[in-house]
Ligand binder design. Structure first.
Ligand code: TYM
Length: 328
């Protein structure tokens, strides 16, 4: 069975972009693939979150993933820092990736432009992400469009390591959905939807239906009053069409044919999104009443993940010439 791996940062409250760009395909993949998913708390450390918040957000992110449909009997879900293998292999990959390659990452450029303090960890972030992926002999990485460049760099890193030290890693490929891969901010449709921008253009997965409807009603469109899918010249309207299409399993161009005015398009998009979010919100309320059960499931997931990760790390260490930890 082909293996799928993906990760999400525990940075407080998931949004519609995370759900449509990534989580929904994670849920779909677990039925016919060996699925491994991870809450990447070490990645979150790159921006020095408050420790109490990081702790709460890590459990909340896992609760959200289970609520969105990740089934602990089908998927392996764990927290990245539970396995020291991730940080250890990341170091070996930092010694494999070039400074220039990391400097070209657009996410690093965006994030470092917005931060006063830029940690070395933020710069090396893609090497840790490559470590996550490569430890599990991953075939497919389901992600939104903004992670495309990181997965491509992971392939370059794997290729260089394999060339230098002999066949060690499986070559992964990204799996980016046709619709929903780039959900844009409802107020600034030129920017992707993101929680760190704290805009009223972000829709949270746990947001109340009235608030979701209000945000869609106020979504920025344009003044030509023509419903047409054209992200370059009509980003606001195209974003609504993309969200409605992705929520209902259709194509944005087919959806556009159903509308002549913006009002009904906004109302129907809000309804479709609320329909998608309602069961997740309900399940979240149930599961979050028992955080002990969530941490227990995460610990079982970590035990399963460690079996694969430890073997890959051992292979990488050995191929690179690090002597065994203990005599055999
Ligand atoms: P993160 O936590 O920012 O986002 C998690 C997933 O959500 C997708 N996503 C979006 N999709 C569509 N529209 C948007 N506006 C939007 N915003 C976010 C992301 O593409 C991602 O799939 N570096 C990663 C986490 C990571 C990872 C990994 C992913 C660490 N290790 C290994 C894959 C494999 C990140 O910060 O995602």
């Amino acid at each position: 069975m082909a293996r799928v791996f993906s990760g999400i940062q525990p940075s407080g409250g998931m949004h519609l972009g995370n759900l449509l760009g990534a989580l929904r395909s994670w849920v779909a993949y677990q039925h016919e693939h060996d699925a491994v998913y991870c809450v990447v708390d070490l990645h979150a450390l790159t921006t020095a979150p408050d420790p109490g918040e990081l702790r709460d957000n890590t459990v909340a992110a896992a609760t959200m993933l289970f609520s969105a449909g990740i089934d602990p009997d089908r998927s392996t879900l764990f927290v990245q820092s539970a396995l020291s293998e991730h940080a250890e292999l990341a170091w070996m990959l930092e010694c494999t990736v070039g400074f220039g390659e990391l400097r070209r990452m657009t996410q690093f450029k965006d994030k470092s432009d917005r931060s006063e303090f830029v940690s070395a960890g933020l710069f090396a972030y893609p090497a840790l992400q490559a470590s996550d992926i490569l430890l599990y002999d991953t075939d497919l990485v389901p992600v939104g469009d903004d992670q495309r460049q990181h997965v491509e760099l992971c392939r370059d890193i794997a290729e260089r390591f394999n060339r230098r030290y002999g066949d060690t890693f499986t070559m992964p490929a990204h799996a980016i959905p046709e619709t929903g891969a780039r959900v844009m901010d409802l107020q600034n449709p030129g920017d992707k939807m993101s929680k760190s921008l704290e805009s009223s253009g972000t829709v949270g997965v746990l947001e109340e239906p009235e608030s979701v409807t209000r945000k869609f009603k106020r979504a920025v469109t344009d003044s030509d009053n023509e419903v047409r899918y054209d992200p370059a010249t009509k980003p606001g309207v195209s974003n609504l069409l993309g969200i409605l299409a992705s929520s209902t399993g259709r194509s944005p161009r087919a959806v556009a044919g159903d509308y002549t005015r913006y009002g009904p398009l906004k109302a129907d998009t809000a309804d479709a999104v609320n329909e998608l979010l309602a069961p997740i919100r309900e399940r979240y309320a149930e599961l979050s009443s028992d955080p002990g059960e969530i941490t227990r499931l995460l610990s079982t997931g970590a035990d399963k993940a460690r079996e694969v990760a430890a073997a890959t790390l051992e292979r990488a260490r050995d191929n690179a010439g690090l002597i065994p930890r203990s005599p055999t």
